[in-house]
Design a protein around this ligand. Sequence first.
Ligand SMILES: Nc1nc2c(c(=O)[nH]1)N[C@H]1C(S)=C(S)[C@@H](COP(=O)(O)O)O[C@H]1N2
Ligand SMILES: [Mo]
Length: 516
Amino acid sequence: MRDNQRVDTSRSWSLAGLAAGLAGLATSYAAANALHVKSSPLVAVADLVIRFTPGVIAEAAIQRLGRADKPLLVLGVIVVLALVFAWAGRLARRSWWAPTIVFGALAAAGAGAVAALRNQQLVDFVPVAVGLVTWLVCLSLVTDPLRTFAGHPEEVAPSGGHHRRTFLIRAGLVAGGAMAVGLLGRVVGRGRRQVEQTRQLLKLNGVTSPAVPDGARIGVKGVTPWQTHSDDFYLIHAGISVPAIEPHDWSLRIHGMVDRELVLTYEDLVSREFTEGWVTLACVSNEVGGELIGNAWWSGVRVADLLAEAGVRAGADAVKQTSHDGWTCGTPLEALTDDRNALLAVAMNGRPLPIDHGFPVRTVVPGLYGYVSATKWVVDLEVTRFDDFEAFWTEKGWSELGPIKLSSRIDVPSSGDDVPAGDVAVAGVAWAQHTGIRTVEVAVDGEAWQEAELAPTPGVDTWVQWVAHVDLEPGDHVLRVRATDRDGTVQTGVVAQPVPDGATGWHEIQISVSDE
Ligand SMILES: Nc1nc2c(c(=O)[nH]1)N[C@H]1C(S)=C(S)[C@@H](COP(=O)(O)O)O[C@H]1N2
Ligand SMILES: [Mo]
């Protein structure tokens, strides 16, 4: 009788671990969907498995399984996890910390997989945290009656039954709750999935595929690609959940100090003539030498033409832009109406904008930091005066105007590299959007500036790749770069932090040069 009870109990502890484990998967999945983040932790883990599967095996699997390979892999991961969950449940019988370590380790693996995604943001880790909390809370909830029962084996007869019943009820509730939350997750995630499908199928007439202009690549290994792949493009988003907007639900209102208010549907917008161009977007938070900058081919409708149709009234000097999720920025009217092709962009790199980059429509203004110009999911343009409003970032102390500051970066060698003595190719990028770069210079150990060779660019709105050949003796060296724009302004070496209007200073790296 006792022994039977024992076996049964061990099964109960496994069941408790399993129920808690599945509940954690369900809540993390639902959280990922509710926040519209790109990937739930579970899928991130599956992606990581694919990444580390030897090519031949992966190919064989894909061939055999066809399009079911990914769902089957996710299922496989769930099965493996189920075994670990059951094990964690049995560990809970002896201590609270052993299963905590197991669940903690699983959460760490999930967080690691999310960290391995391209361009992840802090919000992408929220589902991992939600899952971990669910695991620990549910495990304690379900094992609590088992623990009481185990603590009083002499009470097997009457109250043992009572504890068992409590256990079964709680396990059932947790398992049922997990299923309900999982289903809910599917429902709330449907929005983004459907919009993604619409986006994939969307064909935009007049959007051309980009070809990197001749010579724009300097051709030195390790330099950032001149064209930034959309998947590699930095992401900044101040909201929690990413808006998922069907094009037919989108419209743009242009109003304020105008003669005629305009309301444009997506159809209206894409039936107009597109203007296309290479523009390097940059974030004001980019540190000297930082990576919050990218260069893409944008297609869209000129904001200047739309504002002209609306008829801007005298006295206006700004446009307050608002996104679908309520983010705002103020853009100088001048930058939207002069000859610089400020765009209401519908495509990035020849494809409809990725959801995370503002689908279906965003603004792109050459020469201005994103926080004052590049509204993703833009739905409202109000012609107004800077004196009459505050925007999302200016309320937090950032500058009202945000022209991109002249800057440059060394990509190769990397800081800390060890390179052989002699001729060393130093290369990187420099930018002064809408003014253009005239020269780039490199200095070794604070000595004379040496002019670099520049690759040609199609215009003044993109970054420029450069290379300088320097002769280095063995030892430790400091390399610095500075640029001069086409107005003759030399990049300042005075160090400024990103707040309130962008970082300045020269990018420098340390390398060791060894005798070969
Ligand atoms: N709706 C919305 N648009 C936004 C932001 C935002 O938080 N919400 N961030 C801005 C900032 S600070 C930058 S630098 C750019 C970044 O655009 P990306 O994420 O496509 O690189 O978007 C801008 N547009
Ligand atoms: Mo930004």
